[in-house]
Design a protein around this ligand. Structure first.
Ligand code: G6P
Ligand code: MG
Length: 222
C-alpha cells in the first residue's frame, strides 16, 4: 500500500497534555475529597471527558446527578483551558511538525482525529492548525474510541479509504479503533506498551515519509 493519508491522534501524539489534564482533574478530585494520583490519571488517559469523570466519582463512591456531572466537567474544563492557554509552539512533540511539513509537500493528506473537544484551540496555540486538511474532534463524534468512527470520518474528510491511511496513536483504545476500521496502526510510545499495533515507534523524532512507507512495506512482506 502506498501511504496517501495520515491520521493523527492529538493528546500524547502531537502534544503532551496528559500532565495538564492531571492538574485539572486532580484539583476537581481534591474538591470532592477523592484521592487521585498521577498513575490513576495515566490509567484514564484513553477515556472521554465523561468517562473519566465517572471513573473518578466511582473510585470515591460518589453518586451525583447528570446535571452535577455536567457542572463538574465544566469546572474541570475551565481550569484545563486556563492551563493550556500557556501552550505554545515549543510544546509540539519532537519531529511532528517537520513530518507534517514533509507529508504535505509530498501530497499526503493530513487529518487530526481526536476525542478532545479542545482540539482546535490547542492546535492553534501550538501553531499547527493550518497544516491539517481536516479535523475531527470530540465535537463531531457520537462514539468514543475504540469505536473507529473518528478515523472513518477522518479518512472520508480526506476522500480516502482506510486501506491507504496510517493512524498515529499513543493509546490502546485508539489502536483498537484504527485496527477495527481497517487502518494501518502505528503505536507511539515505549516498546511493548501498546498491543496490536502494526508497528511501534518511541516518538516521531526524525520520522520521514520514506521511513513510514518502509514500516508499512515490512509489515506487508511478513
Ligand atoms: C483525548 C485524551 C483524553 C481526554 C479526551 C477528552 O481522548 O486522550 O485523555 O480525556 O480527549 O478531552 P477534552 O479536552 O475534551 O476534555
Ligand atoms: Mg492520545
Amino acid at each position: 500500500m502506498k501511504i496517501q493519508g495520515c491520521l493523527f491522534d492529538m493528546d500524547g501524539v502531537v502534544v503532551d497534555t496528559a500532565k495538564h489534564h492531571y492538574v485539572a482533574w486532580k484539583s476537581l478530585a481534591n474538591e470532592l475529597a477523592i484521592p487521585f494520583t498521577k498513575s490513576d490519571n495515566d490509567a484514564l488517559k484513553d477515556l472521554s471527558r465523561l468517562d473519566r469523570l465517572e471513573r473518578i466519582l466511582r473510585s470515591g463512591n460518589l453518586e451525583v446527578s447528570s446535571k452535577t456531572k455536567i457542572e463538574l466537567m465544566e469546572k474541570k474544563n475551565q481550569l484545563y483551558l486556563q492551563i493550556i492557554d500557556t501552550l505554545g509552539p515549543g510544546d509540539i512533540r519532537p519531529g511532528v511538525k517537520e513530518l507534517m511539513l514533509e507529508l504535505r509537500n509530498e501530497g499526503v493528506g493530513l487529518c487530526l482525529c481526536s476525542s478532545s473537544k479542545n482540539a482546535a484551540s490547542i492546535l492553534k496555540s501550538i501553531g499547527v492548525f493550518n497544516l491539517f486538511d481536516g479535523i475531527v474532534d470530540g465535537n463531531n463524534l457520537t462514539l468514543p474510541k475504540p469505536d473507529p468512527e473518528v478515523f472513518i470520518k477522518g479518512s472520508k474528510l480526506l476522500g480516502l479509504t482506510p486501506s491507504v491511511c496510517i493512524v498515529f496513536e499513543d493509546a490502546q483504545s485508539g489502536i483498537e479503533a484504527a485496527r477495527s476500521g481497517g487502518f494501518f496502526a502505528l503505536g507511539i510510545g515505549a516498546e511493548g506498551s501498546l498491543n496490536n499495533a502494526h508497528a511501534n515507534v518511541q516518538d516521531l523524532a526524525h520520522m520521514t515519509l520514506d521511513k513510514l512507507q518502509a514500516l508499512v512495506d515490512s509489515h506487508e512482506s511478513n
